[in-house]
Design a protein around this ligand. Structure first.
Ligand code: 6CS
Length: 351
């Protein structure tokens, strides 16, 4: 009897202890209200451009949501080095957040180069954003590949359809023959232009205006808002509305930093990422529309703007599709092949 009572008492004590410990544990998982967090968020763009405005809004929302506990300093492009330097700073945790274009991780995360594949997405930008938001291939499988390289994508989103500018008219694949095309640091983007007969050179956009001006390169690709805001149209005579690809950006975080945060802080970040999806989309849409007019109406720096017909786009599409085989056979292994195939099914099903 005595032993039975003692056993019962010990059991009760053990249960009480575990309840107390669990309560303490869940308190530890949440943040200390007194603590403040000071983080860095680096972007590849300047004030007024889509990535920077996105990051500012992201920072403001988190500051407000956390009652001032979270303070994020947003950096314009250039202050912390080139786009590739910025990726390295994210990987090493020097900055906590970054907007990264997959084109600048081309030499690290092979699978991320799939965004170089032209004519892969649809012509409907809202549908494309929906695919980026919901794709399992991207948000689960590709995200895992990035995490292996200490980059955690929180969202994939578009900055608009890509267009070409040149120092001459770019209407047919023949126009790209020997053409000195600037690309981002992705071997697959370069290969895609080689498929058109071009002679691509990878460089940071920080050098692009000067390089277009002095003829080191003769043309480039970007969404309209960026062409206008970076004044590339001032040193290019022609622009082609080609919509040959969509510009994809990733909101990313350093995974060790993110995983080490209290649960409530992580939840605030996740909630803000979700809120920012429509905000980012509207931001790029507005700027791409407004700044097209500004290029067309510019009399000081006139630019000849043409829009490709469907038949003209088909001539490029025909040369772009075999690049998918190259990606699967020469660039990635089984996982990369599976990610692309899965994404293609998701795109087909979304239409
Ligand atoms: O062309 C580029 O490299 C730049 N384009 C955009 C739309 N954002 C940043 C990027 O570095």
């Amino acid at each position: 009897m005595f032993f039975k009572e003692k056993k019962l008492m010990l059991l009760t004590l053990a249960i009480m202890m575990s309840v107390i410990l669990a309560a303490c544990g869940s308190e530890e998982a949440d943040s200390d209200a007194e603590e403040t967090y000071n983080w860095k968020f680096v972007t590849e763009e300047m004030e007024g451009q889509v990535q920077y405005e996105y990051a500012k809004e992201f920072a403001d929302r988190l500051h407000e949501k956390s009652d001032g506990q979270i303070n994020i300093e947003v950096y314009e492009f250039g202050g912390l080095g080139s786009e590739v330097n910025q990726v390295e700073q994210l990987q090493s945790g020097i900055v906590e957040f970054a907007i990264v274009s997959p084109g600048f991780t081309g030499t690290m995360v092979d699978e991320g180069q799939l965004f170089a594949l032209q004519f892969l997405f649809t012509d409907d930008m809202e549908l494309n954003q929906q695919i980026l938001d919901t794709s399992e291939a991207l948000n689960v499988n590709l995200a895992e590949k990035y995490e292996e390289h200490d980059i955690k994508p929180l969202a994939f989103w578009t900055e608009g359809a890509m267009q070409w500018t040149g120092n001459k008219e770019l209407r047919t694949p023949e126009d790209f023959n020997g053409f000195k095309m600037r690309t981002q640091e992705s071997p697959l983007i370069m290969h895609s232009y080689e498929a058109y007969g071009a002679n691509p050179t990878a460089m940071s956009w920080g050098e692009l205006h000067t390089s277009l001006d002095n003829g080191v390169v003769e043309g480039q690709e970007n969404p309209i808002f960026f062409i206008e805001d970076a004044s590339f149209h001032e040193v290019q005579s022609n622009m082609t509305i080609s919509r040959h690809n969509i510009y994809v950006a990733m909101t990313t975080v350093n995974p060790d930093f993110y995983n080490g945060l209290p649960e409530d802080i992580r939840a605030m970040i996740d909630e803000t990422v979700e809120e920012m999806r429509p905000v980012g989309f509207e931001l790029q849409k507005k700027l791409n529309e407004e700044l097209l007019d500004s290029i067309v109406d510019n009399e000081t720096y006139p630019t000849e703007v043409i829009e490709l017909s469907e038949a003209e786009r088909d001539a490029f599409r025909e040369l772009a599709i075999p690049v998918r085989e190259y990606f699967v056979n020469e660039v990635v292994g089984e996982d990369g092949k599976m990610i692309l195939e899965m994404l293609q099914v998701e795109i087909e099903e979304a239409q």
